[in-house]
Design a protein around this ligand. Structure first.
Ligand code: ADP
Ligand code: ZN
Length: 735
């Protein structure tokens, strides 16, 4: 290879994951012909006193830096680019739009293993099938080994061999079954003859329309909003469109809010398709994520199911992006590079000329607005698929009613009646722990977190008081530490407390509580869901985790225990979120042929927002709220960007925001509203005092040009020292 130290040296422009809004130039290594290098490969570079992994972005003939001081790249880590030109373009767009350093944005596109410089080598694609011994093995023989049993039943359910990617999550069980010679390994992947494993359902008319409208757009950019009530067959629409894309040899990216909360969806996909499917989410190991990422990049896998971090996975043959539950705020990353996976997915699809499908029973107001603006095509599934009936709502006025730890008598009677018919009940309360407040009966003192402006939450089972914001905890005691005499009491309700009362009210009934505290252990959620679906559970109690796409066909009564706290939030999006939550939770009821009933306990039975939602439905509700937002010039009728800043004292953040405000006003031609500085709704959190400044504009472009103008000036402000600030473009919550 030619040496690079010719007079016409080339300069390698590299992005490095550091919080600096700039790129770095390096010289090529000695043994390399820089003209053969391609953007998108990883490079190992000296950086300060250490080394870093960077991404090569360009090979330039000029450098704005002093040539003599430039260092050499130490190593080129990849032979082929890991990111395509289109991928790089998207990430550059995102860096610019979110005003976030490109190096950090690029890092988000890679799995950890590649960020650390591990080789981009896909584990060989092996496949596995049962041996004669395995086929003869009776399930009883594996009763003591549930993981192996589960894997065996997976093999039994399929006639074809399973690929390595199918089995990513069964590695340990697979190893044991291989040792026992119940399963054998094939070195060459057994080519899948079919795309589809299970049989297609006969789509109903609405589904047919949606399927053909989306399929017709394969190969060009379009955004479809698939609005379908829970159980209307959206997933079936996705799967049929995916089938068409697969026949064309295309890959499909399916993004979900929290995939580990919806193991059922993955199972449905695996049952339907025989092409390799990979998952990508935070519960996987680094190695699993590396393999999943590479198998999409190299075209070995056809479908990826992932969370927002899967959005940037390079696709060998991009065909379609689906975002299910598009209204879910977990599509917005809330720290570091604060991107919206929904919004960036649309830009990505535009760059790639492929369709995007946004699906939801309760579309975000942003998406409905985009439908009104004719930017998205609306596809509606108004009826439940099959024979399932829509649930019936009932508002239960609990003013002045006797309550038993949050349950009114009429509700208790309804629960009894439902259980007597052998059906399941689902109770929803969006608060974990035993009680949100601990109060002293003597002095009235409340147990507060030392580090946050928050009360400590009582967790009786774990015997701790815990802060839900900074996770600091202390042992639960009976006696007040302040007055030294008073007895401490629990105030308010959490799921743990409801569990307590339910156990005594409905003795002998099997209850499962699903919240963050009971589903920590890997696989525990799955095992609870299986128990529920086998009909072994009578009462399901849980938090918002229940609102996420689960199917509980035997649930015929849903009760939302407390909606009042959601009606009086200062967040302008609170109403939208509450309505989505009510409709989503309600959607769990009566999915099969049994009609469902939804009871809402409230002290605000006449609340206009609630009335519109229950009497006229989510769409009417959304239109009413959009009207309000229009009048108040709130998003989606305006665009926002939020500066957040924190420090260990109150003065520095305020001084910083005041200086920032001055800088903004000097450059603002009156088109941007500057609101603040104000204290964050929760001023102190984890020992940090937090303040914010909100920018709002009726034109996106105006907002971004002001930001472009002033951002380079911020590090030069003397008030910027000692504070940590961040910028959130299109913030979804103001906390
Ligand atoms: P969603 O994703 O909108 O909640 P699903 O696709 O999960 O809805 O469908 C809900 C239920 O209805 C599932 O059990 C599914 O198998 C069934 N289903 C969907 N489409 C049809 C159809 N065309 N005919 C019969 N059953 C269907
Ligand atoms: Zn705290």
């Amino acid at each position: 290879m030619a040496k690079c130290d010719t007079p016409h040296s080339l300069f390698l422009q590299v992005a490095i994951a550091v919080p600096l809004d700039r790129l770095f130039d390096y010289l090529a290594p000695d043994n390399c012909d820089a003209t053969t290098l391609q953007p998108g490969v990883r490079v190992l570079v000296p950086f300060g006193k250490s080394h870093k992994i960077g991404i090569l972005l360009a090979i330039n003939e000029h450098s704005e830096f002093d040539k003599q001081r430039l260092k050499q790249v130490e190593q080129i880590l990849d032979n082929e680019p890991l990111l395509s030109t289109a991928d790089l373009k998207l990430l550059q767009w995102a860096s610019h739009y979110y005003h976030h350093p490109l190096g950090e944005v690029l890092a988000c596109a890679f799995p950890v293993a590649l960020r650390q410089g591990k080789p981009a080598v896909l584990e060989h694609a092996l496949s596995y099938s049962l041996t004669a011994l395995g086929r003869e093995t009776q399930p009883e023989m594996l009763k003591r080994a549930p993981k192996q049993l589960k894997l065996m039943s997976l093999f039994h359910a399929q006639s074809e061999a399973l690929s390595q990617t199918d089995l990513l999550e069964h590695k340990s069980a697979l190893k044991l079954l291989l040792q026992k010679a119940m399963v054998e390994e094939h070195k060459t992947p057994t080519a899948t003859k079919n795309i589809i494993r299970g049989s297609l359902l006969e789509a109903n008319n609405e589904q047919k329309q949606a399927i053909s409208a989306i399929s017709a757009n394969l190969g060009r950019f379009s955004v479809s909003l698939l609005e379908g009530v829970t159980g209307s067959g959206k997933t079936e629409v996705y799967m049929q469109v995916i089938t068409t894309a697969l026949i064309k040899g295309l890959q499909i990216l399916v993004l979900l809010p929290e995939i580990s909360l919806t193991p059922q969806l993955e199972q449905r996909f695996r049952k339907r398709f025989s092409v390799p499917i990979v998952t990508f989410h935070s519960k996987l190991t680094d190695k699993q994520r590396l393999n999943a990422w590479l198998s999409m990049q190299q075209g070995h896998a056809s479908i990826m199911l992932g969370t927002r971090s899967a959005l940037f996975t390079p696709l060998h043959k991009p065909g379609l992006i689906i975002l299910d539950e598009e209204h879910d705020t977990s599509f917005k990353q809330q720290e570091g590079f604060r991107f919206s996976a929904r919004d960036v997915a649309i830009i990505r699809a535009k760059h790639l000329s492929i369709p995007v499908v946004l699906g939801s029973a309760t579309p975000s107001l942003e998406s409905l607005f985009n439908v009104d603006q004719k930017r998205y095509q609306l596809l509606t599934l108004a009826n439940r698929a099959g024979n399932a009936l829509a649930p019936e709502f009932r508002v239960l006025d609990i003013r002045n009613k006797k309550m038993h730890s949050g349950l009114s008598d009429p509700l208790i009677n309804e629960i009894h009646a439902t259980l007597a018919q052998g059906q399941q009940v689902l109770l929803f309360l969006n608060r974990r722990g035993f009680a949100p407040v601990q109060i002293c009966h003597q002095c009235g003192g409340i147990s507060r977190c030392q580090r946050c402006d928050a009360n400590l939450v009582i967790h009786v089972q774990e015997n701790v008081l815990r802060c839900h914001h900074c996770y600091s905890e202390q042992q639960l005691t009976k006696q007040c530490k302040a007055c030294k005499t008073g007895e401490l009491q629990a105030l308010g309700l959490g799921t743990e407390r409801i569990e307590h009362i339910l156990t005594s009210l409905f003795a002998g009934k099997k209850l499962v509580r699903l919240d963050k505290d009971t589903t920590q252990r890997k696989g525990s959620l799955e095992s609870y869901l299986e128990q529920i679906n086998r009909g072994e559970v009578d009462i399901i109690l849980g938090t918002q985790m229940l609102a996420k796409g689960h199917h509980f066909p035997n649930v015929t009564l849903v009760a939302i225990l407390d909606i009042d706290s959601g009606l009086f939030s200062i967040d302008f999006r609170a109403g939208e979120k509450l309505a989505q939550m009510i409709v989503q939770v309600a959607g769990r009821a009566g999915r099969a042929d049994k009609p469902g009933k939804v009871i809402l306990q409230t002290r605000q039975p006449q609340h206009p927002l609630l009335m519109t939602l229950l009497k006229q439905g989510y769409r009417a509700f959304a239109q009413a709220v959009l009207q309000e937002r229009h009048q108040a010039s709130l998003p989606p009728f305006s665009y926002q960007a939020l500066f957040r800043v924190h420090a260990t004292n109150q003065e520095a953040p305020l001084a910083f925001l005041t200086a920032l405000c001055r800088l903004l006003k000097q450059n603002n031609d009156g088109k941007i509203q500057i609101l603040g500085p104000v204290a964050a709704p929760m001023l102190k959190r984890a020992g940090q005092f937090r303040f914010q400044l909100l920018l709002q504009s009726s034109k996106r472009q105006d907002l971004h040009s002001l930001l472009d103008t002033i951002l380079p000036g911020i590090p030069k402000l003397k008030e910027a020292k000692g504070v940590r600030w961040t910028l959130d473009v299109d913030p979804v919550d103001l906390y």
